[in-house]
Design a protein around this ligand. Structure first.
Ligand code: FAD
Ligand code: NAG
Ligand code: NAG
Ligand code: NAG
Ligand code: NAG
Length: 502
């Protein structure tokens, strides 16, 4: 999704912006947790743990100044803390891996920042079919642990991304055409509810909550453990295949060819265009994945691999190695934003039209951004696509479905626009440009009859909405489940961050 290799050296030059040094604001939430055993897990402004935890965010745009950090060691303590916060009518935020790049989605000024860092369960069932996983982890750590057992799980494709936010958004993963969204491999959740109770949610117990957590994000409780079905995996054939500007049209045709005919479930792709900010040529690069330790260059990926590459990393490797490789593209300590959108169709022509409209509109608008942000302050700009077809949705449905509301008779091509830059002076310029560009893309795809309201939560910006895109019935069902488990709307009102069902 991010091909920032050309700008990696910038990372060294750019320090993390420091959290504000203003005087400690002792909020009522921080006071409410300042008693008994909970205070062991409470860290006030200026303490080393506070200073460290308040910087563990993907994008500088997420940094804020919480009144204190609460880092529970187990779900029972977290339950007691939630109870105390509700009693004190105090605001809080929850951060897992910190990759939702939206200010206030996972952080808070003055209130309590609850971090998952010490909820570190990671254990296989006796038969190795299920991994119990705490929300402390990033996917790279999970894959490394499982590699020793020749296993993996359907999680993030880039190692640094966090476990909880991804599974609560849905989870686009390498194995999607075989097992569906990552959330569909979760067979049980341990959840702290608004009343402080710690409950299990699975097919038999709290089955409505079990469904709602598959795409419904932070609206129902705080998940303290995910029990995930494992996948056997020794090595896979995978890498990034990058081609020159002269092949962009052939590359975009390959995206449509693949999307119209995802006939081999072992395959997965993330095709992207990477324009140059300094007037150089646009590169096209595809993350290619094939679940086999013997087959290379499979037929299904030929539309891409038949295009001569200027650089390629394809080869046999473990999922852990591949996620680490892709993780190198993450530049820490800069400003980042993702924006999402979707077209849908069933034929090559419709899907190609979708890709083409998105491409043309984006590149028509691009000069307006480059006129306002100097090339030296742009780390990367990307436009990528995520095809989701029948095999993916059927596999999700076979595992009980989810809240996302996708229709398996269609192919969805979800696009993501990515801009990463240096200097908060440019924040508003970038956001305004993306708003206008996304509106232009969606107007054009609407006119062509291929627009879909679905926005993948993991790739969405703060100015976008998610739940209307799940369909009215699923949206209403999520609201009624939220009301049942959290009648006073603690997870909307006291925990305002993230995408809310109402
Ligand atoms: C570089 C990069 C690569 C990505 N790659 C992928 C990918 O391959 N596939 C994909 O599907 N997505 C991908 N994403 C999107 C990703 O799924 C989201 O950013 C997701 O939010 C990351 O989870 P996190 O724990 O790091 O997020 P956080 O920002 O910590 O949390 C996200 C939201 O969930 C809430 N939350 C966190 N933990 C809990 C919990 N335990 N209980 C309840 N609520 C909680 C937070 O309050 C917040 O609102 C990527 C994002 C980035 C930046
Ligand atoms: C909590 O997490 C932090 C950060 O990962 C770690 O340094 C610390 O040792 C952990 N503490 C406990 C009690 O597990
Ligand atoms: C779909 O892809 C498979 C594998 O690449 C190929 O054999 C088949 O001919 C394709 N079908 C169509 C209709 O293009
Ligand atoms: C994509 O956009 C570029 C730049 O505007 C253009 O040259 C190219 O023809 C477009 N390709 C398609 C298939 O839309
Ligand atoms: C632009 O980026 C450079 C590094 O490339 C940085 O030193 C400078 O401070 C940035 N400009 C602004 C206005 O932040």
């Amino acid at each position: 999704m991010r091909f920032a290799s050309t700008v990696l050296p910038l990372a060294a030059a750019v320090g993390l912006a420091s959290a504000s040094d203003c005087a400690p604001a002792t909020t009522k939430g921080c006071q409410a947790l300042q008693n008994g055993y909970l205070s062991d897990s409470l860290f006030t402004t200026g303490s080393p743990v506070y200073n460290w935890e308040t910087k563990q965010f993907w994008s500088n745009t997420e940094l804020m100044s919480p009144g204190c950090v609460f880092r529970p060691k187990n779900s029972r303590d977290l339950g007691r803390a939630v109870k105390a916060l509700v009693k004190a009518d105090a605001k809080f935020a929850v951060r897992g891996g910190g990759h939702m790049g939206i200010q206030g989605s996972n952080n808070i000024d003055d209130g309590v920042l609850i971090v998952m860092s010490n909820l570190t369960t990671m254990a296989l069932s006796r038969d190795h079919s299920v991994l119990s996983l705490g929300p402390a982890y990033r996917w790279g750590e999970v894959y490394s642990y499982l590699a020793d057992y020749d296993l993996t799980v359907p999680g993030g494709r880039l190692g640094p991304v966090g476990v909880p936010g991804l599974l609560l958004a849905g989870g686009i993963n390498f194995y999607g055409n075989q097992v569906g969204f990552g959330c569909n491999s979760v067979i049980n959740y341990e959840v702290v509810l608004a009343n402080g109770d710690v409950v299990q949610a699975n097919k038999q117990t709290n089955s409505d909550l079990f469904w709602a957590l598959k795409g419904g994000s932070s609206n129902f409780g705080i998940v303290t453990r995910f029990d995930l079905e494992t996948i056997k995996s020794t090595k896979v054939w995978a890498g990034a295949h990058t081609v020159d500007a002269q092949y962009v049209d052939q590359f975009l045709a390959a995206v449509a060819t693949y999307a119209a005919n995802i006939s081999d479930a072992k395959s997965h792709i993330v095709p992207a265009l990477v324009p140059s900010a300094s007037g150089g040529s646009t590169l096209a690069s595809a993350i290619l994945f094939y679940d086999s330790d013997t087959v290379s260059y499979p037929d299904i990926l030929k539309p891409f691999t038949d295009i001569p590459s200027i650089s390629s990393t394809v080869g046999f490797k473990t999922v852990a190695e591949f996620a680490n490789e892709l993780g190198q593209m993450v530049v820490p300590g800069i400003n980042d934003i993702f924006v999402a959108g979707t077209v849908k169709g069933t034929t090559y022509d419709q899907l190609h039209k979708g890709v083409s409209i998105i491409n043309s509109t984006f590149f028509n608008e691009l000069p307006k951004l480059l006129a306002q942000v100097p090339a030296a302050n742009i780390s990367t700009i990307q436009l990528d696509w995520q095809p989701i077809g029948a095999k993916w949705m059927d596999a999700s449905n076979a595992r009980g479905g989810n809240a996302l509301g996708l229709d398996s008779s269609k192919v969805y091509l979800c696009y993501a626009e990515v801009v990463e830059w240096i200097g908060s002076e440019y924040d508003n310029i970038v956001v305004d440009w993306l708003k206008a560009t996304t509106e232009a893309i969606n107007k054009a795809t609407q006119a062509a009859g291929i627009y879909d309201e679905f926005n993948y939560m993991g790739d969405s910006a703060g100015f976008q909405s998610i739940f209307p895109g799940y369909g009215a019935a699923n949206h209403r069902r999520l609201q009624s489940i939220a009301s049942a488990y959290d009648p006073t709307q603690v997870f909307q009102k006291l925990m305002p961050g993230g995408y809310k069902v109402y």
